[in-house]
Ligand binder design. Structure first.
Ligand code: KIV
Length: 271
């Protein structure tokens, strides 16, 4: 009998993985996917606001609301027993005041059962991060390409290519770490920058399109599972399965069976 207790991942434990253990993270938006990711041994499951695109069909992440994110976070929490569940704070849910940020972050922890929240932005968000952390809410930082700022960034572009960019990334990293973030997501930065920021950071870096040197990696589950159309899959994602194709095949077979009268068979009925 295996008497070893399963590890329950907290923000502090994930933070302690720096220089010890690579951190595996993925997004989930529903209990079934979260359960499978948790069973696979994932350290951290992010209820990312990318669900506005992958699940709800919007063109970007900006339409995600507190209500939507709370609903999906609660579902993910119901599917997880070990991984740290982190909720993405949606656009404009933490920008208006420290009080607004604390109230909304608190809802993810108290009502939906998340273990931490994620906030996009660097130096400009340091005050908010500090306020949440000092009130007992662990915060995962997110710098580099921050999709909630898509309109000011001018598109989904790789960050860290010119000198000004490099300086900004380093300042942002230092600011969010100083404010108390337990780890920092680096999105779409050059591999050199990913390695340099990881070397500078005293907490783990979680890369998405930031190269192999990061302390951990995160992928959007729809990309990893092959549910995103191939042409829309970002270059940094590896498709570990082709569930989109498999699902289409299954739906077509079922649809044809029903139309032909081949489903249900007698074995699917009750006497
Ligand atoms: O919303 C999301 O899925 C994210 C990841 C890309 C890190 O923020």
């Amino acid at each position: 009998m295996n008497t070893k207790k399963p590890t329950v991942w907290t923000a502090a434990r994930v933070s302690g993985c720096k220089n010890r253990e690579k951190i595996a993270c993925v997004t989930a938006a529903d209990a079934a996917t979260a359960r499978l990711a948790d069973d696979a041994g994932m350290h951290l499951i992010l209820v990312g606001d990318s669900l506005a695109m992958t699940v709800l069909g919007y063109a970007n992440t900006l339409p995600a609301t507190m209500r939507t994110m709370l609903h999906h976070t609660a579902a993910v929490v119901r599917g997880v027993s070990q991984a740290l569940v982190v909720s993405d704070m949606p656009f404009l849910s933490y920008h208006l005041s420290l009080e607004q940020a604390l109230r909304n972050a608190g809802r993810f922890i108290q009502k939906a059962g998340a273990g931490a929240v994620k906030i996009e932005g660097g130096a400009a968000r340091a005050g908010t991060i500090r306020h949440l952390v000092s009130n007992g809410i662990p915060v995962l930082g997110h710098i580099g390409l921050t999709p909630q700022s898509i309109h000011t960034l001018g598109g989904y572009k790789v960050q860290g290519r010119d000198t000004a960019d490099v300086k900004k990334l380093k300042d942002d990293l230092a600011a969010v770490i100083d404010a108390g973030a337990f780890a920092v997501v680096l999105e779409c930065v050059t591999q050199t920058m990913g390695a340099e920021l990881t070397r500078l950071a005293g907490v783990p870096t979680i890369g998405i399109g930031a190269g192999p040197a990061c302390d951990g990696q995160i992928l959007v589950s729809h990309d990893l599972l092959g549910l995103t159309p191939p042409e829309a899959t970002p270059r940094f994602a590896r498709r570990y399965a082709e569930l989109g194709q498999a699902t289409a095949k299954a739906f077509t077979a079922y649809c044809n069976d029903v139309r032909r009268g081949d489903f249900p068979g007698t074995e699917h009925g009750y006497d």
